[in-house]
Design a protein around this ligand. Structure first.
Ligand SMILES: *Cc1c(COP(=O)(O)O)cnc(C)c1O
Length: 483
């Protein structure tokens, strides 16, 4: 075989391994873009009007044949991508559950991507796996889990919930094969990823009990206990109680101690979805609110929420690693065989993924460069900002704020005592949204419209919360008679 063709192809494909000069140039251009973005962020809107937006060109236009320039790329990125929809990096992003995206993490991703270390199996890169495990140990320590615990750093909270539910399913299925008699206990505030996961893992047909909540949006534990009891008596198989440590909508944290006692009494799996609330364990207030989380069988927490990391990192922590290992051991056992007890556990033994990004790197690098003191201060600041906001809006006569926040979500609505609050709240939101420097979202609570301020971006400070308050005061609606 002649090798001319091979050599020719080698030459053409050399753009994949750029020469140092070209790489440095692009690197510099992208760094400069990042620098400018972070400076501009102080004045960029928190959300954009998308009505008149021009779409990206079709894929054929995006797939250039020859190496492209950074100028072209940045033009498309700046004009068509970064300035559309909402701006979750903004200090004014107080909608849904903010994250923020600490810039440090990007450097961790950079190192992980350049080195392309394989963190799926211990033999492939013991150091990377150890780092994954150290981050998991730290989270288990935050939860005060015993040293039987293990976990996995996932792509997000939804995947983490899925892994927890699979683990709980596999433990139970040994006892009760007929899944139609299984019962899960949750509330109407449970995150929808749970329902999705149940369907994905073949438990779409089990019985779902939505336990009513008290006026603080916490699961009513007396009703929970009574329901489990009566389900048992009628021959059903109560399986799992899902507690929330910070619901997405209301930010409420269930009474985890009582839930754990009920689970122990009836021998149920206790899963806590702390995707939003988990990292408030770094604050004294959060620790107090989440008392009892250490009794959970499994916990989900999202570093891309409460640890302010960029999107793409969640975590599941399982109290007894035995169950997690049983669920995810390999079908083709050739790799499982090489796992030895004295070795560390590694991600592909504990999750559906084999090849995965080296996610711990962005977490550790952020902690390393920012320091724990800064992370702790920021998370406590968020709690105090939400409390401050709540105290201030309590004094606004046309605002109704039903509850003090558990963590950092404050619910409120427009209620002047005369007009229909749902209609007025919608109008109020429309008016507020004209101000682009912050972005709040609305939700339906038991059929009624509420607005919610969610403080979780590390960039959100007192001055930004004050801006929301000032705008609210300016947006008082004119009295329009009974609507
Ligand atoms: C965000 C969230 C999830 C889902 O997590 P993702 O990281 O978005 O997949 C699950 N549960 C709760 C309570 C959440 O706030």
């Amino acid at each position: 075989m002649k090798t001319d063709k091979i050599k020719k192809l080698e030459k053409i494909s050399s753009a994949l391994e750029p020469n140092q000069q070209r790489f440095n140039r692009m690197n510099k251009d992208i760094s400069q873009w990042a620098e400018k973005f972070l400076i501009d962020l102080k004045t960029l809107p928190a959300h954009y009007t998308i009505q008149r937006r021009k779409k990206l060109p079709g894929w054929k236009k995006l797939l250039n044949k020859n190496p492209g320039s950074s100028k072209n790329l940045l033009k498309i990125f700046n004009q068509k991508i970064v300035n559309s929809g909402v701006n979750p990096a903004s200090s004014g992003y107080v909608a849904y559950i903010p994250g923020g995206g600490v810039p440090w993490a990007a450097l961790g991703d950079y190192m992980a991507d350049i080195s392309n270390l394989y963190s799926g199996a211990y033999f492939a890169c013991p150091g990377a796996v150890e780092l994954e495990n150290r981050m998991i140990s730290w989270m288990c320590h935050l939860l005060k889990f015993p040293n039987t615990a293990a976990g996995n750093i996932t792509s997000g909270g939804s995947m983490a919930n899925l892994i927890a539910l699979v683990t709980a399913r596999d433990k139970f299925i040994k006892k009760f094969k007929n899944q139609t008699n299984w019962v899960i206990y949750l509330s109407s505030q449970t995150h929808h990823s749970v329902e999705k996961s149940l369907r994905v893992i073949g438990l779409g047909d089990i019985k779902v009990r939505k336990i009513p909540m008290d006026k603080h949006f916490r699961m009513n534990t007396t009703i929970l206990s009574d329901t489990i009891s009566s389900d048992k008596n009628s021959g059903l198989h109560p399986w799992l109680v899902l507690g929330n440590a910070g619901t997405t909508d209301t930010g409420a944290c269930d009474n985890l101690i009582v839930l754990s006692k009920i689970c122990r009494k009836f021998n149920l799996w206790f899963h806590v979805d702390a995707a939003y609330g988990g990292f408030f364990l770094l604050s004294p207030q959060g620790k107090k609110i989440m008392k009892g989380i250490n009794y959970a069988d499994s916990v989900v927490m999202d570093p891309h929420k409460g640890l302010f990391l960029p999107y793409g990192i969640g975590a599941v922590l399982i109290r007894d690693k035995k169950y997690l290992m049983e669920s995810f051991k390999y079908q083709a056992n050739y790799m499982h065989d090489i796992y030895r007890e004295e070795e560390e556990l590694y991600p592909s033994l504990l999750s559906p993924e084999l090849t995965r990004p080296f996610r711990a790197m962005r977490m550790w690098l952020t902690i390393h460069f920012a320091g724990m003191k800064a992370l702790k201060a920021s998370i406590e600041e968020k709690i105090l900002l939400a409390r401050y906001f709540y105290e201030r809006i309590k004094k606004i006569p046309f605002i109704e704020a039903p509850l003090p926040p558990d963590f950092s979500v404050v619910l409120f609505r427009y209620n002047d005592g005369m007009n229909d609050p749902d209609t007025m709240t919608q109008r109020f939101l429309k008016l507020i949204r004209k101000e682009k420097s912050f972005y709040i979202s609305s939700t339906l609570i038991e059929g009624h419209v509420y607005l919610r301020l969610a403080v979780l971006c590390f960039r959100t400070h007192l001055i930004h919360v004050d801006k929301v308050l000032d705008t609210m005061l300016k947006c008082r609606l004119p009295f329009r008679g009974i609507v």
